[in-house]
Write a protein that binds this ligand. Structure first.
Ligand code: ZN
Length: 576
């Protein structure tokens, strides 16, 4: 294809994306990444692009689309595939006035990649149907799954990071009176009872599909016992409210499940409401009541909740409510990273992991710190979708998505790991290297390093990783600078002499390109690697002006996120 024709194609595709008006800059970027040989002719190419863009922008959107359809139909298809990844439709949407979904974590832990699935799917479905997405903290177990104040905030932070804005927030520890009212109501109706049996005695009965003696008490008696639960007549473990179910249900864990119990909050105070309440709803009761009261229409969660659905459906029958639609997806695993709360907690206790955001963990905090973008997580979750089969992913899968997102955005810099000194003799004159921040986006500018030889000698730092390229007699090109030939290799230093200047010459010689830093012009840099080890070296001077959270690419090394910039640079390795 002729250059002009390629420009037309990119300009038209750009126009289609932006309502019929193409812009020159992105067209230039696309063109240069497809035809790198044009990089030396930017001025000429730019004016040609301007001309084509002006011409094409005069056409109607319809005409533009027609042109693409005639000449490059395949381009149209691939654009669509890239952009429109849609989730399968939700069931029975037409039955509801408005789709309502929720994400309901217990704030006793940080969120990880597994939680991201529930969040992103629930949020995206609400958006797809112009519905509502709620955040609900399920913090009703101050004893064994004790919530912590820091996690309410970290969860909000994680959702915000993922771009999943919630329309309303609820906290169950604010709603105990509501659960009490509902408990009273079904006790009154005889659909639940207060069981004061020993746990073992009850379990023995229920396994034999037999009622315990409490089950047949009249409501009046149950309400008295209920009062006793609230006023302290019963102590922790002495009484529970049970929901009546079919005692023949095939799963014994469903039969007459516990709905509310007593927790000694003098001993185990709740981080938000202290010792104010002693009767606490269990998961299924609080969640079931809330889903109904909040108008949740579609519950999207892991298939480990199927038994909970069976339990809750009895309660919904008793109240005369309609159970929401449910979508149960399979497990998500990531090889090489534990998503198990207990394993992570143990690792933290043992000092194996330093913090929640240790780079070896797949917590959202860790991903964020490493420079894995929320967009990459979203794309991954979108592609996995809500399917019921278990999914095993590798870090590499996530990296592939991340690379796609950050590669065009990340500016490039030089980082020399484990530096060695390279001295080049016979440098004929001063050189100025203009290294573009991103070769596909010349408009972003470049960094410039002036090399002024002293008595024909110039010194650089190069990476030990390039030791195989820098053997005696070998020729290499210092990127964007000049070509040299290695003369002598010593333990920590390399002697070389100037060979030639042009890139064409390097190509002819088959000289590999290596990156470099002018001697005494860098900033010490520590890279925290995915296995929590550190790679130490020197980053080029231009990195001093970067700010925390920026994601950049160290050329020939990998993408990193800037963590701290002081006299030294600390960065986290994201992916290759
Ligand atoms: Zn009983």
């Amino acid at each position: 294809m002729e250059t002009r024709e390629i420009i037309q194609k990119f300009a038209l595709l750009n126009a289609l994306r932006y309502g019929g008006k193409a812009q020159s800059k992105p067209v230039l970027g696309k063109l240069l990444s497809e035809c790198p040989h044009l990089r030396g002719r930017i001025k000429e190419v730019t004016s040609l692009i301007d001309e084509v863009v002006q011409e094409l922008n005069k056409l109607s959107l319809e005409k533009q689309r027609k042109l693409v359809e005639e000449k490059w139909p395949e381009a149209l298809v691939s654009e669509k595939v890239e952009e429109e990844r849609v989730l399968p439709p939700l069931p029975n949407v037409e039955k509801y006035k408005r789709v309502v979904t929720r994400f309901s974590p217990n704030p006793d832990f940080v969120l990880h990649l597994g939680s991201a699935r529930a969040i992103i799917l629930s949020h995206e479905y609400a958006r797809m149907y112009d519905g509502h997405f709620f955040l609900r903290f399920e913090d009703t177990d101050p004893k064994t799954k004790k919530p912590r104040l820091q996690f309410y905030d970290s969860i909000r932070e994680d959702l915000t990071w993922l771009g999943c804005k919630w329309d309303a927030e609820f906290i169950q520890s604010d709603r105990l009176e509501i659960y009490y009212e509902h408990a009273e109501r079904i006790l009154k109706d005889g659909r639940a009872y207060v069981c004061v049996c020993k746990r073992e005695d009850f379990q023995e009965k229920v396994r034999a599909k037999q009622p315990c003696p409490c089950r047949d008490l009249v409501p009046k008696e149950n309400l008295l016992r209920w009062k006793g639960m609230l006023d302290g007549t019963y102590g922790e473990g002495e009484a529970v409210v049970r929901i009546k179910t079919d005692l023949n249900h095939p799963n014994p864990a469903v039969r007459d499940w516990p709905a509310l119990r007593i927790i000694d909050t003098e001993k185990y105070p709740h981080p938000r409401v202290g010792s104010e309440y002693r009767v606490w709803p269990l998961y299924n009761f609080a969640c079931g009541v809330d889903d109904h009261l909040m108008g949740v229409t579609h519950v999207i969660r892991g298939k480990e909740h199927l038994t909970n659905q069976a339990r809750q459906e009895y309660m919904y029958q008793h109240f005369g409510w309609k159970y929401p639609e449910t979508i149960h997806y399979g497990r998500l695993k990531i090889t090489g990273a534990s998503l198990s709360k207990s394993v992570i907690l143990q690792g933290l206790r043992d000092g194996l992991f330093k913090h929640w955001d240790d780079p070896r963990l797949a917590t959202l905090a860790a991903l964020r710190r490493r420079g894995i973008t929320p967009e990459a997580v979203r794309r991954l979750i979108f592609d996995v979708g809500p399917k019921t089969a278990d999914v095993v992913l590798s870090w590499e899968n996530l990296y592939a998505y991340n690379r796609k997102v950050i590669d065009p955005a990340a500016n490039r810099y030089f980082f020399v790991r484990d530096p060695r000194k390279l001295t080049v003799k016979n440098v004929p004159h001063p050189f100025t290297a203009q290294v573009p921040l991103h070769p596909d986006y010349p408009e972003r500018g470049s960094r410039s390093y002036k090399i002024e030889p002293m008595n024909g000698e110039a010194s650089f730092l190069v990476s030990s990783d390039d030791r195989d390229l820098l053997k005696t007699g070998r020729k290499v090109r210092l990127m964007e600078l000049f070509n040299l030939q290695v003369e002598k290799v010593e333990k920590t230093s390399i002697q070389a002499f100037f060979h030639s200047e042009s890139y064409e010459e390097a190509k002819k010689l088959g000289a590999p390109l290596i990156h470099w830093i002018p001697m005494n012009r860098g900033i010490p840099c520590e890279v925290v690697m995915p296995d929590a080890s550190a790679a130490n070296g020197v980053a080029e001077e231009a990195c001093k002006t970067l700010s925390p959270n920026e994601i950049i690419q160290f050329e020939r090394f990998g993408f990193v996120r800037i963590d701290k910039v002081n006299k030294e640079l600390t960065v986290y390795f994201a992916c290759r």
